[in-house]
Design a protein around this ligand. Structure first.
Ligand code: NAP
Length: 264
């Protein structure tokens, strides 16, 4: 267990999947949690789950790609719980299709949520961390941010950007004792992957009879040496370590949790 008592963490995308598991894990480690999400109801339910266990939590409905929303979220977090020690950028989205078929809107959606959202939240939260000369930022990137992948090109490009931004922030903020790292999940069954599997099924006649879960499991088996999917809790475990004192000398890294699918 990592001692995160007295720590205040913002988790974006906390209403679902990986962000939700991270928020619950940080709360279990003792942190107070701000659950930020486009889906205010889901964020509210999560915050209630946490406060039911006597930890402090609050929910904020917001869009990470909108500057004013991000400013409001950080203000509400600070006023509601106190100065922010930890930011986890987990909100994300993805579009599908060959790059040659990508519309500008698809391209911009990936960049707006995954890359601009990470930039806006990090910039806003870092202001307070700089004053206090401490903080940790974790960006949930992807193995698609290390190895280009067909059919999710806009998404992959945005995640390459997230890893680049992680390195820049790690260098710029190190002088304030703020550590910045990325975690790169592999294959996790969440609404995001369900949408992708449905797209594969609709796009390839050979997959028409398969269920989305089967498509996902076959993909995992074919590309993952450990031959099993990862879970949101696997990602949360690494995040909990990275924001703890045990990781005090780790910054600027992008660490895969992917069963060995990508080895760089
Ligand atoms: P998920 O279950 O769909 O969760 C994403 C959450 O982010 C949802 O609650 C979503 O709200 C929220 N969100 C989307 N756009 C937002 C915005 N503009 N502002 C605020 N919140 C927003 O997906 P997930 O699989 O947990 O993904 C979490 C992160 O892990 C993402 O960054 C994703 O790229 C990354 N990742 C996932 C996998 C995987 O296999 N699942 C692999 C690699 C990386 P709505 O539901 O209302 O849209």
């Amino acid at each position: 267990m990592y001692n995160l008592q007295e720590q205040i963490a913002i988790v974006t995308g906390a209403g679902s999947g990986i962000g939700r598991a991270i928020a619950l894990r940080l709360a279990r480690e003792g942190a107070s949690v701000v659950a930020a999400d486009l889906d205010g109801k889901a964020a509210g339910q999560l915050a209630k789950e946490i406060t039911d266990t006597e930890n402090r939590a609050l929910a904020v409905e917001m869009d990470v790609s909108v500057e004013k929303d991000v400013e409001r979220m950080v203000k509400e977090a600070r006023e509601g719980l106190g100065p922010i020690d930890i930011l986890v950028n987990s909100a994300g989205t993805g579009t599908t299709g060959l790059i040659l078929n990508h519309s500008v809107e698809d391209w911009e959606k990936n960049m707006a949520v995954n890359l601009r959202g990470t930039f806006l939240c990090s910039r806003e939260v870092a202001k307070g961390m700089i004053l206090r000369k401490k903080g940790r930022i974790i960006n949930i990137a992807s193995i698609s941010g290390k190895q280009g992948e067909e059919f999710i090109g806009g998404y992959a490009a945005s995640k390459f950007g997230v890893i680049g931004l992680t390195q820049v922030l790690a260098k710029e903020l190190a002088r304030y004792q703020i550590r910045v790292n990325a975690v790169c999940p592999g294959y996790i069954w969440t609404p995001m992957w369900e949408n992708l599997a449905k797209w594969f099924r609709g796009s390839f006649p050979s997959l028409a009879e398969k269920s989305p879960v089967e498509i996902f499991e076959n993909r995992v088996k074919s590309v993952t040496p450990l031959r099993r999917p990862q879970t949101p809790e696997d990602i949360a475990a690494l995040v909990a370590f990275l924001v703890s004192e045990e990781a005090r000398n780790i910054t600027g890294q992008a660490i895969n949790v992917d069963g060995g699918a990508v080895m760089h």
